[in-house]
Design a protein around this ligand. Structure first.
Ligand SMILES: [Zn+2]
Length: 253
């Protein structure tokens, strides 16, 4: 780190649990963020300001006016532009230490698997089950930690699936793949703006801890937040021994 970086990250360096080694690990790390909407906005802002050295953003959408209520990385002048370009511009304006790879595409399973392979941590900030399950499969196959987030109406949830840990559940252990009817409704539901900020920020916190190698992560736990009542719940995650995704991968390993 140079002097500018020691100043920029001084509030991290002052933390006993963090320090220079952890910051160096962060600067050398690569995070993959799938989705540059509400969750991705909050997550990306904190990953970038924290000093994650390399961030790949994948999203095929363009910014529109209805996004600006909660997708805080985008600006008025970005309406009509690709979300990944808009997010990259904001990140570059905050922290030149971050190398951003902006991929304007809705990646399918094979593409996601290739992207996951090169990442140190994966943040699922997507809005559809097909992507969630494809990302989970790729993370299981390549043993990469997956920080999963979701937020709809006033209800948010965050979990970490880290199959490097013995006995860990994967996303598929919890959520089957027959949820498409539910997804139809999600597209027309409201979203409380600060909710996605809270969820996305918690995803960033988990990712930064995983990359810096500090603290205890949410691995093995699902955190649920009811923003209307301001209540948090925590559920222990149990792995499904019959899971089609992670049981097969375990058997093959
Ligand atoms: Zn599983």
């Amino acid at each position: 780190m140079d002097d500018q970086q020691r100043l920029r990250y001084s509030r991290h360096l002052l933390l006993n649990e963090f320090g220079e080694d952890a910051q160096e690990r962060l600067l050398a790390a690569h995070a993959l963020v799938v989705g540059a909407g509400g969750l991705g906005s909050a997550a990306l802002l904190y990953l970038a300001s924290s000093g994650v050295g390399r961030i790949t953003i994948c999203d095929g959408d363009r910014v529109d006016l209805t996004n600006l209520q909660r997708q805080v990385i985008h600006r008025l002048e970005s309406i009509g532009k690709p979300k990944v370009a808009s997010a990259a511009a904001t990140i570059n304006a905050i922290n030149p230490d971050v190398r951003v790879q902006a991929l304007e595409e809705r990646a399918g399973p094979e593409r996601l698997a290739a992207l996951v392979r090169t990442a140190d941590v994966v943040l699922d900030c997507s809005d559809n089950f097909a992507t969630r399950h494809a990302l989970n499969r790729a993370c299981v196959a390549h043993r990469k930690p997956l920080v999963s987030g979701a937020g709809i109406r006033f209800d948010g949830q965050v979990a970490v699936f880290d199959l490097r840990r013995e006995g860990s559940a994967c996303y598929h252990c919890l959520f089957g793949e027959d949820s498409e009817a539910e997804e139809e409704r999600c597209a027309t539901m409201g979203v409380f703006a600060p909710l996605v900020g809270i969820v996305g920020t918690l995803q960033a916190a988990e990712a930064v801890k995983l990359l810096a190698g500090i603290g205890e992560t949410l691995a093995g736990r699902l955190v649920l937040f009811d923003a209307l009542a301001s209540r948090w719940h925590e559920v222990r995650l149990a792995r499904d021994p019959q899971c089609r995704v992670c049981a097969a991968a375990r058997a093959a390993a």
